[in-house]
Ligand binder design. Structure first.
Ligand code: EPZ
Length: 417
């Protein structure tokens, strides 16, 4: 029987919480280490399940990986194996980000289709089309993406959609291509900026980091480096929503508040007092019942789809009716059935959810279908009468370091059973 959390309702979260490096950055930075022979050191890494899982993928390619506390060291050999271990690949989505570096450095790659959260169809067509435009052949064979190139050359690449993963893979192939590549309609997430910063430290020539047009001037070789991972804005926002839902007072340290401008504005609209103390600290105080607010998920700088379960959880106890629109992953409302078990008045229709806030949710056993939805259910459990059992919490461990400890430090009563 898998582990579960017992969440006691009625808590008001108060205090300070430290947030460390971002899951959706560190995993890509670990893949980028493949681009340079030698030892790359990453600091401020989160102690989450996905980091050692990514370590296994890199070991299957011939790297040595040492994880000590919040430091990850990756030693990349001169000769890399271009075929990643399928079993390791299947355990997380971010594993697909070894594709670009392998094609960039080895000119060939065989990587099994990745695993990860079942939040919708997650094709790789834009990854492959980008690599093809750089001169690679790429097909899906026997459940693997196979890519091969005599050489890579610069190209003008338009993405149909600002995909995070496709931008990262194309970028990491283009840095070692012959000539200049322009990626238009590129993703602009802070994690992309973090990757660009590290690639520049390794000797990469990239312009426009953080904008929707990335210009990459290929170089012959890159050098290993040392890099501090940016704070996890999704985890930081999780604590902000937790404060708003429990009418609490939480100070979040270790995340750039400007990575959350729209999120914090939405919480202000729901009645929270939000103060930005400095470039790495913000505070959220909610005195009364939150007001209903509408949310629309979009690529950055829009409202992140990873925060959608928290928007639904907030709406489930807010005063009024909220409309939540999911534009990125069509199956990401699946967890709403679990919210209804907790007494939420929520209905979905295609990529819209209508949620009428209730005064109080009521406890029930629920199942976490993925990382963010799992945490959304815990937040709802904090606002429910009685004790809620949240099952399949291994999902939460994949993305949240010291989750139960941090919750209880803020005054909650959550137990890992
Ligand atoms: C990253 O996934 C994150 N995962 C996701 O976080 C996050 O939800 C997502 O970006 C959007 O912000 C990691 O970084 C490991 P995309 P990714 O490529 O790269 C479509 C979490 O909870 N698409 O930007 O897979 C795709 O189907 C996770 O931490 C294509 O159609 O996301 C989706 O609808 C969940 N073809 C949209 O683009 C492609 O080739 C955005 O996907 C690629 C993507």
């Amino acid at each position: 029987m898998s582990e579960h959390f017992q969440v006691h309702g009625g808590a008001r979260l108060v205090g300070e919480v430290d947030v460390v490096g971002a899951k959706n950055s560190v995993l890509k930075l670990m893949a980028a280490a493949l681009l340079a022979e030698g030892t790359t050191t990453l600091r401020n890494c989160p102690r989450i399940l996905d980091v050692p899982l990514m370590g296994d993928v890199l070991r299957s390619l011939g790297c040595e990986v040492a994880i000590e506390g919040d430091t990850v060291q990756i030693t990349t050999p001169a000769q890399l194996n271009h075929r990643a271990d399928s079993a390791s690949m299947g355990k997380l989505r971010a594993s697909v980000c070894v594709l670009g570096p392998l094609v960039g450095r080895c000119k060939r790659a065989v990587v099994a289709l990745p695993g990860g959260d079942a939040i919708g169809s997650r094709p790789l067509d834009m990854h492959q089309s980008g690599l093809r435009q750089l001169g690679a052949h790429s097909e899906i064979e026997h459940g693997c993406v196979v890519a091969e190139a005599e050489g890579l050359h610069g190209a003008q690449i338009w993405l149909d959609f600002p995909s995070v993963g496709a931008t990262e893979n194309i970028l990491m192939a283009a840095v070692l291509a012959n000539g200049t590549t322009v990626i238009d309609n590129a993703a602009r997430e802070p994690e992309i900026l973090d990757l660009c910063t590290m690639l520049q430290q390794m000797g990469g020539k990239i312009e426009g980091a953080g904008t929707s047009t990335l210009t990459v001037h290929g170089v012959d070789a890159l050098q290993p480096t040392e890099h501090r991972v940016i704070g996890d804005r999704i985890v930081g926002a999780t604590w902000a929503f937790a404060a708003a839902m429990t009418r609490g007072d939480v100070t979040v340290r270790g995340v750039d508040p400007h990575h959350l401008d729209l999120v914090l504005e939405k919480l202000r609209l729901s009645g929270a007092e939000v103060t930005i103390d400095d470039s790495q600290t913000f505070r959220v105080v909610q005195r009364d019942r939150p007001a209903a607010v509408d949310f629309v998920t979009l690529p950055y700088p829009g409202f992140a789809t990873d925060l959608q379960p928290f928007a639904v959880a907030l709406a489930s106890v807010a005063d009024g009716t909220s409309m939540i629109t999911e534009n990125l992953f069509e199956a990401r409302f699946r967890f709403i059935e679990e919210m209804v078990r907790l007494g939420a008045d929520a209905r979905t229709d295609g990529h819209h959810a209508v949620v009428r806030g209730v005064e109080r949710l009521s406890s029930a056993p629920v199942w976490a279908p993925d990382i963010r939805a799992g945490v959304g259910l815990v937040l709802a459990g904090l606002c429910a009468d009685g004790m809620t059992d949240v099952w399949d919490v291994f999902h939460i461990d994949r993305g949240y370091p010291l989750f139960v400890e941090n919750m209880n430090r803020l005054g909650a009563d959550v137990r890992r059973i």
